[in-house]
Design a protein around this ligand. Structure first.
Ligand SMILES: Cc1ncc(C[n+]2csc(CCOP(=O)(O)OP(=O)(O)O)c2C)c(N)n1
Ligand code: SF4
Ligand SMILES: [Mg+2]
Length: 295
């Protein structure tokens, strides 16, 4: 990645590095916004891999980012991504990524509108917008970076935080147990046309999934949703005994590919549910494409 002009001093966990941006290159350099770098994300955060998968997916779909794509994010660590992709975009208010996306799509239905936002943004404050956009068959792609926490504001509980994990706002489980949303189940129930789940460890599969989601919109079937299970090693991970490497290993080991069954049993809640146990982490992550439009 090159910004063509300067070196910058970067502080990484107390170590100061002088980086000459004229000498660093990325193999998708033209798809990233070099003037926005360095990015704000912590070392080891899944967001780097997720954005890499995103731009490879847009590239694989053969889209001209300058003319055909609009990236929309709400507020959060994930929300920054809309500024790092070299396409027009909106880094909108918290929870309002989907209303902005609907406005863009209504204004110019020929554009590919990609919402890339966090679990808190899309399913806490923004949950109402998601379910109605799915119900109305809005032709937008929604990618939820589901790290199970409010990363940007300090690692508080979100609608996908598992019980018995440590956060600054965990309610003791002997008082009340708040169950996390199963985002696949929620999207299926709300009427999304395409529903998939993968993790940040599936970086080779994700671009193809993103391309497929975009095609669903192009063909006018309605909202395409990807639950992208991710890690926040700096806050949620650290408090619960996970570093970045352990998280990725855990994603790989716990993932179970779900094949669609003719009787539809793969859609049953128990078959889509992510299981997480204190001290073990993820014990089962059903991944795959749970719904494709019937052609
Ligand atoms: C109206 C409003 N309420 C609360 C906030 C504070 N806030 C900013 S980001 C955020 C949560 C972000 O969590 P998530 O969407 O999961 O993104 P992440 O940082 O984990 O990627 C909150 C509560 C805000 N900016 N605006
Ligand atoms: S706080 Fe968490 S989600 Fe945010 S950049 Fe750091 S590791 Fe990633
Ligand atoms: Mg989050």
């Amino acid at each position: 990645m090159s910004n063509g002009t300067e070196s910058k001093l970067i502080n990484l966990d107390g170590v100061t590095l002088k980086i000459d941006f004229t000498k660093i290159h990325h193999n998708h350099e033209d798809l990233l916004t070099s003037r926005m770098l360095p990015h704000i994300w912590c070392p080891g955060c899944s967001l780097g891999t997720n954005v890499q998968a995103l731009i490879r997916g847009l590239d694989m779909a053969g889209l001209n980012l300058d003319k055909e794509v609009v990236m929309i994010s709400g507020i959060g660590c994930t929300g920054r991504a809309s500024g790092y992709v070299e396409a027009d975009g909106f880094h909108t208010t918290h929870g309002r990524a989907i209303p902005f996306a609907l406005g863009v799509k209504l204004g110019n239905p020929g554009l590919h509108v990609i919402v890339f936002s966090g679990d808190g943004d899309l399913f806490a404050i923004g949950g109402n917008h998601f379910i109605h956009a799915a119900r109305r068959k809005a032709n937008i792609t929604v990618i939820c970076v589901n790290n199970g926490t409010y990363g940007l504001t300090g690692g508080q509980t979100s609608p996908t935080t598992f019980p018995n994990t440590v956060t600054p706002t965990t309610v003791p489980s002997d008082v009340v147990v708040e169950q996390p949303f199963n985002l696949v189940d929620l999207a299926l129930g709300a009427g999304a046309a395409y529903v998939a789940r993968y993790t940040s460890a599936h970086y080779t599969i994700l671009p193809r999934i993103i391309k497929e989601a975009i095609r669903v919109n192009e063909e006018g079937y309605g909202l395409a949703f990807i639950d992208l299970i991710s890690g926040c090693p700096a806050l949620y991970g650290k408090r619960n005994g996970y570093d970045a490497v352990k998280m990725v290993k855990n994603f790989k080991e716990a993932s179970v590919e779900i094949k669609p069954k003719p009787d539809g049993s793969h859609l049953l809640r128990k078959n889509t549910e992510v299981l997480f146990e204190k001290d073990k982490g993820y014990v089962r992550i059903p991944v795959g494409v749970f719904r494709r439009p019937k052609k």
